[in-house]
Design a protein around this ligand. Structure first.
Ligand SMILES: *[C@@H]1O[C@H](CO)[C@@H](O)[C@H](O)[C@H]1NC(C)=O
Ligand SMILES: *[C@@H]1O[C@H](CO)[C@@H](O)[C@H](O)[C@H]1NC(C)=O
Length: 328
């Protein structure tokens, strides 16, 4: 009798062990699968909050006694590539925001640091259902593996260090299978956030110009201060004279000028980084404009391969094909 009970206990132990082993190898991966998809509206909501949290650091450091400025070297145009505490604090805050909301999400930032935060970081989980996105009636759920998020914790750092605040932005872009789908451009010093989700909607503060209202001539071209002369020569030659060059800083700022219709095109002829242009590319797509290389090719934001785009840039709200002559 006693030995019988013993055998039953032994069997039960073996049975339970087998169950645990089976659950471990099949059940847990099944549970994980539910985390392998992401809701784009929730990701948009979080992206807006993350860009704004970065902006708070950018503004706070600018208004503090020291920017903690160092140099990352020189850019190809020979411009001093500055790095400030604003860049780093914004980077740490933005990376952490995404990590809190969506662990496992692939995020590529302009900045890298081994330092930990030496300031008070917002450690609450960003909201997945904010008021900003409440009006959107459509959304999609996509595999997490298809998503790449690009962040620029502080665009126009040089101008930031010179206190030219109007050019400064923080940006978030969500690419799905390499295509820009969500763009967020936040202006820390005015508090405005422009955002768009391709095919679904965009923020009401994006005052999109009517294509037919864009002046045809002179062709107004917005260009980076670092190579305005070169673009002026090139565009004047290609477009036949009537060109007006507007030089400005910040890729985010320049793209918003295109959306507003202040200029006909944003042209860049030298190397530009994908975290500088991805958010603007998504916003332009969402409002019916276009952004391509100067040869008219789409830019891949999958994150596979180089984060640099060395094929030039053309961004327009209308007449994209016409302006591609600049790149021929
Ligand atoms: C633009 O063209 C002018 C006149 O041909 C020339 O002097 C100048 O060096 C050119 N500038 C650049 C940046 O290519
Ligand atoms: C953007 O421009 C490229 C090159 O002209 C063109 O192939 C593409 O269809 C355009 N996309 C949109 C949405 O206009």
């Amino acid at each position: 009798m006693a030995s019988n009970i013993n055998i039953n206990v032994k069997n039960a132990v073996i049975f339970i062990t087998v169950c645990v082993v089976i659950l471990y190898f099949t059940g847990i991966p099944l549970l994980n699968k539910q985390l392998k998809f992401i809701n784009m509206k929730e990701l948009l909501s979080v992206s807006i909050e993350v860009a704004e949290r970065g902006g708070i650091r950018v503004k706070t450091v600018r208004e503090s006694s020291s920017l903690g400025e160092t140099s990352k070297g020189k850019t190809k145009e020979g411009v001093n590539d500055v790095l400030t505490a604003g860049d780093l604090q914004s980077h740490l805050t933005m990376m952490n925001g995404f990590k809190l909301a969506f662990p496992g999400l692939k995020v590529i930032s302009e900045e890298h640091t081994k330092k930990t935060a030496d300031f008070k970081m917002d450690t609450s989980v960003p909201k997945k259902n904010s008021e900003e996105v409440a009006s959107l009636t459509k959304t999609e759920t996509v595999p997490l593996a298809d998503v790449t998020v690009w962040i620029d914790p502080l665009d126009a750092t040089k101008e930031y260090s010179e206190n030219l605040r109007q050019y400064v932005t923080t940006m978030v872009c969500v690419a799905v299978k390499g295509q820009p789908v969500i763009g967020v451009i936040h202006r820390p010093f005015t508090g405005e956030t422009a955002w768009a989700y391709v095919g679904v909607g965009y923020s009401s503060n994006l005052k999109v110009a009517k294509k037919e209202d864009l002046a045809k001539e002179p062709h107004k071209i917005i260009v980076s201060m670092s190579h305005a002369g070169e673009v002026k020569n090139l565009t004047t030659k290609k477009l036949g004279g009537k060109v007006e060059i507007v030089s400005a800083a910040g890729a985010g700022y320049k793209t918003l000028e295109v959306v507003k219709g202040s200029v006909n095109a944003y042209v860049h002829t030298t190397l530009i980084k994908k975290w500088d242009i991805c958010a603007g590319n998504a916003i332009l797509r969402a409002v019916g404009g276009n952004m391509t290389t100067l040869k008219g090719n789409q830019i891949d934001y999958s994150g596979a391969g180089s984060p640099l785009n060395d094929k030039g840039l053309l961004a327009t709200l209308a007449d994209h094909a016409k302006y591609l002559i600049i790149g021929t």
